[in-house]
Ligand binder design. Structure first.
Ligand SMILES: Nc1ncnc2c1ncn2[C@@H]1O[C@H](COP(=O)(O)OP(=O)(O)OP(=O)(O)O)[C@@H](O)[C@H]1O
Length: 263
């Protein structure tokens, strides 16, 4: 695509977001590189989800520039916005499945929305394929979200996010609420999909195990901006108190120990 730089898929510059008096982001910059899994961390309420929503056009910022695939993601006309949206998939916090639709119908939603002329049998086939690709049994297709476990809901949400064969995947706290085994399985699935499909993954998480296990780099949100971005080793070399507390606290050390045990 015109203007697409080789290695930067998302570029955010000087982002400002506020709600009334509350300023959530101020002068926030971030680059996401092609093919990486970037973990986005920060205390509760630091604006991780708002950042994701700004990038995908659901939260128009007060100020700043957001470029995705080398094109400005702000102020696009409808056709440009649709073309850009076709290239990413989003797993919202909690899965955000439509409760009155089956799993298969949920996965079909983006296909029907963006490709209304597609043959129904083909839509059905693509949805079944994405369901299995997301680690669900094909028999999950006719089930309703209320009939699924938490882990299955996340996988169904992932299947929907993958419906359009995206280049870029946004995952908002995909392992929240999963037991450690389920969370590790989801991490492994994310990594395997990223490698197989060549995805770039923007992954918001509180899960230290996820950061250690699959993230190439980690961006830390604090003080209304991205205060540091790099590998965990690079972050540990900084002396920001939140970063030290987060990675070197008891949970951080446990995550290192568990990675070393597996590795
Ligand atoms: N639509 C909105 N209207 C008003 N305030 C909002 C809105 N969306 C988010 N906020 C506020 O913006 C701040 C950042 O919210 P956000 O959901 O991005 O945090 P987060 O870092 O993802 O938190 P968590 O880790 O708890 O999910 C919060 O104080 C939140 O209350």
């Amino acid at each position: 695509m015109a203007g697409e730089k080789d290695d930067i898929i998302i570029s955010v510059r000087g982002l400002k977001n506020s709600f009334g008096e509350q300023v959530v982001h101020e002068d926030l910059d971030l680059d996401v590189r092609r093919g990486e899994i970037i973990g986005v961390v920060g205390g509760s309420g630091t604006g991780k989800s708002v950042l994701m929503r700004s990038i995908i056009g659901l939260q128009p910022p007060d100020e700043g520039e957001v470029t995705v695939f080398g094109e400005s993601a702000l102020g696009q006309d409808e056709t440009q916005a649709i073309e850009m949206r076709k290239r990413w998939g989003v797993l919202f916090q909690g899965g955000a499945l439509f409760s009155t639709l089956t799993v298969a119908e949920n996965v079909q939603v983006p296909l029907r929305e963006f490709y209304p002329d597609l043959d129904l049998a083909l839509i059905d086939e693509i949805a079944s394929y994405k369901i299995v690709m997301s680690g669900l049994d094909a028999s999950a297709g006719p089930k309703f979200p209320a009939e699924l476990s938490g882990g299955m809901k996340k996988r169904a949400g992932l299947a929907r996010a993958l419906a359009l064969d995206p280049d870029l995947l946004f995952l908002d706290e995909p392992t929240a609420g999963l037991d450690p085994i389920g969370a590790a399985a989801f991490d492994a699935l994310t990594q395997s999909l990223q490698k197989t499909l060549g995805l770039t993954v923007f992954l918001i998480t509180h899960d230290l195990d996820t950061l250690y296990a699959i993230c190439d780099r980690v961006a830390v949100l604090a003080d209304k901006k991205v205060i540091a971005v790099g590998t965990i080793d690079e972050l540990l070399a900084t002396d920001h108190p939140w970063i030290q507390e987060y990675f070197n606290g008891p949970r951080g050390r446990a995550a290192v120990a568990s990675t070393e045990k597996q590795g």
